[in-house]
Ligand binder design. Sequence first.
Ligand code: SF4
Length: 351
Amino acid sequence: MEAYPVFQGLRRTHYIRTFGDYVELLWDNKVTHYLWSGELGFRTLGNSNFLKAVYEDPMPLHLELRENFLEKRLVKAQEQLGRVLEGKTVMADLSGGKDSTAQLILLDRLREKIRFNLIAVYVHMPYLEPLENISFAERVAERIGVPFYYKEADRGMIRYFLQRDSLPKRGDRWCTYLKSKALREARKELKADFEAKGDRMLESGKRMKKLKNMAIKTSFIHGKTLNLIYDFSAAETAKIVKEHHLVHPHYLQGIPRVSCRFCPYRGLYEIQASKNQEVEDEGFLEDSARTHFRRYYSMIVPWDIFWELSLWRFQPSLARLRLQEMRNVDYGEFVSITDVRRMLASMWEVL
Ligand code: SF4
């Protein structure tokens, strides 16, 4: 994950990011990792196998906003896409997070210059995703003035996977297959010519690789996929949504990503910070995790620790390393959930 700047008043003091079960603080010449547990993160004592297994390189830190970046992007997009988009239908994936919302705002503004149909498509993940994400996405589309298309990923299949394989794990995300399938179906139903995706290169090394062709060609189109924000920084998309008063409430609560509550790529801090987000049947999820626990984890760890540390996110071998990591921390040096929430939310106050 990209690091977020942390502000005290108007002064930027350091950066923060989360990955694995760590919260990482980056100062000018120092990096500190805190392993999350309950309401606190404890400073780690050094490199470990768990850290190596979940480590993601920090992406370059970009805070400075390029001058007039939104208007310049619209001019360039009009030059490149004028003929391509005229009279066509574009479906824009919308999660309600800052990137997909910023992209929808740009596409809507582009309609002042090019005539094309624009529809915002939101795919809900039953069971896994907080219910409040639905109404927020709908509100975003309504405020921007774009038709909203709601699509639910295959509920029966999600139930089947939850019963058979339990919650999605790192390295075994059956959920992304079902989400992509729902998006493909929506595209067919809407007869959309293009699908706009709000992915950004700076989000992660993987995204950087995936989007580098667009950057090389300085193009906004790759096949039938449209992307106007691929090279924007987190601060730039955040600035756009803030100026349009469309900041997802989760960001203001110090949750760095808008995603499913039971996402295996959430760190333990994020899971803890979002534990009050309502999902439709938490008891069903817990039962499915318990069955899986009995089969694969009960010889490693008791149920209460398994559930408290959300070890369902990891394969058993990684869960073991996660448990060992608890011996690699200084329990006298910690950050609290309130500190981390404040640090992650500070960017939104200053922008
Ligand atoms: S946000 Fe996480 S849990 Fe939800 S579909 Fe994506 S990978 Fe799966």
